[in-house]
Design a protein around this ligand. Structure first.
Ligand code: HEC
Length: 115
């Protein structure tokens, strides 16, 4: 119950949308990689006009979310491995493993946390 209250407090954080960041990542490169790999075939992603898939959740406002997937804490240390191999990072996840390196996943995380 306390955890729930904390999660809710984190969600409503007084207009704060950028609560997370990956300073070592290159967001521009992250956007390019998402276009190349085709993340948009399953997700609506800010900055990608087409495609805007609906298999997975929209990826706008990732920096302000408390949790990802089945309830993992939304932090760079959890998001980056999740992007590379969701079924390992979050057993039961319907998102398939992605053909990206850790560096590429870091760039994508940097982008998602800023948009
Ligand atoms: C084949 C479809 C598919 C592709 C391609 C795909 N995803 Fe996903 N993704 C999903 C599904 C389905 C989920 C929800 C999984 C769950 O909650 O268990 C998901 C979840 C996510 C989440 C967690 C969102 C949240 O709020 O819980 C992120 C972030 C994400 N995907 C990013 C990406 C990125 C970046 C790429 C490209 C490198 C990508 N996905 C490619 C299907 C896909």
């Amino acid at each position: 119950m306390v955890l729930m209250a904390l999660a809710l407090a984190a969600c409503s954080g007084a207009g704060e949308t950028r609560t997370r960041a990956v300073p070592s990542g290159d967001p521009e490169r992250g956007l390019r990689i998402m276009n190349e790999v085709g993340c948009g075939s399953c997700h609506a992603i800010p900055g990608i006009d087409w495609p805007q898939g609906r298999v997975g959740p929209p990826l706008s406002g990732m920096g302000g979310r408390a949790l990802i997937g089945s309830g993992l804490p939304n932090r760079p240390e959890t998001l980056i491995p999740y992007l590379m191999n969701a079924p390992v990072a979050d057993p039961g996840s319907a998102m398939p493993p992605m053909p990206i390196s850790e560096e590429e996943a870091r760039d994508i995380a940097a982008y998602l946390y800023e948009h």
